[in-house]
Design a protein around this ligand. Structure first.
Ligand code: FES
Length: 232
């Protein structure tokens, strides 16, 4: 699978300073981590030593340390410290592949096809007033996108405009949401949803329920399609 342009990976809110998490795009694994100064990083999720996922590791200041043998990597992906050989000057070749990262509209984005300096311009999105939630669905991304515009829940009828193939504007119950589409794998997808207006808890609840129902609805359609395929 070739990568093209920028992919939404997580709500900015969900990656706090000093934490890391794993994600996938088209089945490839990446670690997202945030250093103690707030900088976000997106790298290959694989330690160069013996392949442990770096997303299982620990962020300490501006380094991430692998869980297995504790090798430490700085924000450039360069290994700086090997606990078993504390006096070693670590060879420059021990480095984790890292990718362009941007934060726009309350979402962390990664670009996997280009070198840092050659990445296309990051998505231009207004500053989100509130992060609603991310949903993760066992269905292909195009099906999830299709269902966004078709699902009425308790009188909430979405009106969807496509900004590009990974960004939808959804007007719902008097609110404007931006839903960013992550193709996790062939049959898995995610939507990272933010609101353009401030929302209190009472306003947030029906929108969060709509998002949850959207996940169930899309997964149900995917299951039915799979059954039809088997029966055909
Ligand atoms: S596998 Fe990461 S330090 Fe050994």
């Amino acid at each position: 699978m070739s990568f093209r342009g920028w992919y939404p990976l997580a709500l900015s809110r969900d990656i706090a300073p000093g934490t890391s998490t794993g994600t996938r795009v088209h089945g490839s694994e990446f670690v997202i981590w945030r250093d103690d100064k707030g900088g976000a990083h997106v790298w290959e999720d694989r330690c160069p030593h013996r392949g442990m996922k770096l997303s299982f590791g620990f962020v300490r200041g501006d380094h991430i340390a692998c869980l297995y043998h504790g090798w430490q990597y700085d924000t450039a992906g360069q290994c700086r410290y090997i606990p078993a050989h504390p006096d070693l000057t670590v060879p420059k070749t021990i480095k984790v592949p890292r990718f362009s990262v941007a934060e726009a509209g309350g979402v962390i984005w990664g670009c996997f096809s280009e070198e840092d300096d050659d990445a296309p311009p990051a998505p231009k999105l207004p500053v989100a007033a509130a992060a609603l939630r991310s949903i993760f669905a066992d269905c292909p991304a195009p099906l999830l996108v299709e269902r966004v515009g078709l699902l009425d829940v308790e009188g909430l009828t979405p009106d969807v405009s496509t900004i590009d193939d990974r960004i939808l504007e959804v007007r719902l119950g008097g609110n404007t949401l931006i839903a960013c589409v992550q193709p996790v794998a062939d049959k898995e997808s995610a939507l990272h949803i933010v609101a353009m207006e401030e929302l209190d808890a009472a306003q947030m609840k029906p929108l969060a329920l709509w998002a949850e129902e959207l996940r169930r609805d899309a997964e149900s359609f995917a299951r039915k399609a799979a059954i039809r395929e088997i029966a055909a």
